[in-house]
Design a protein around this ligand. Sequence first.
Ligand SMILES: [Zn+2]
Length: 314
Amino acid sequence: MKNITTLLKEGVVLGDGGYLIELERRGYVDSGSRREKVGTGKGSGQFTPEVAIQHPDALRELHREFLNAGSQVLQALTFFGTREKLNRAGYGADTERINSAAVKLAKEVAGDRALVAGSVSRTQLTEREGMESLGKSRDHIAEQIRLLKDAGVDFLILETFFHLAEMKLALECAAAASLPAVATMSFRPLITHCTDGHTPAECARVMADSGAIAVGANCEQDPERMLPLLREMRAATSLPLAAQPAAFHTTPACHSFTRLPAFPDELETIQVSRGAFQEFGKAARPEGIGYLGGCCGCNAAYIRALKVGLTNGQ
Ligand SMILES: [Zn+2]
């Protein structure tokens, strides 16, 4: 299997889709919504990856579906797997077990047909305690990256960071661990600025300067809403762009589905059709997108649609 840097040089790399929302719909992940307002970063926030140790077969099956749909990369379900986030969800003591089990499962399914990426996201400390907590974030992210490296991931996908400052330190941790990293910010409530006030172009430049091998955006917007921000990034860097849009409609006033009342219990009412992803797949090469996948709301049908679009767009 070629490594991620070689694959990116050769053409568009097809990633996988969203795990937590799909597994929540299948009954294996806790959204936390019966107990608290989800999406604020204030409560437990749940949507944590303990499914890797509680229902490994369910996770294995979703990996198989993405692989079968054409994914060249499977993301180990280690999203929200820092000790900080797992502590609040009640699984802090299982941090090592969850991270290593998730990587093992993904590698088992991937075999020599796909690469395995460790997924690392924000700690939520910045949302809860402000920028003074960045030192603590660094420790938590460094710990998780160490666990992922020990478990044998091929590279990292740093995703769903709202603060560029936290992304920057995550990229520093990835470099310290000598793991290549694809880096994608998430923008809410609008695509004009990230939470600590940087434009998409500034984010792209800083992520590129911090050593990312591809930079871009994931989650929050559907493909059509995400495209303008990707174009801003395109103009600011020569690195391949990475795009993993969500499959949910947003509105002109609110460009992020996690800030809409439909999140998390009425998402079916704002689901975007797979056709939009087929169009996005077609646009990927001309738009300079080198890493293409889906985020929340994207099951295997959406990955297959991206692949059809990519193939037709050639
Ligand atoms: Zn997402």
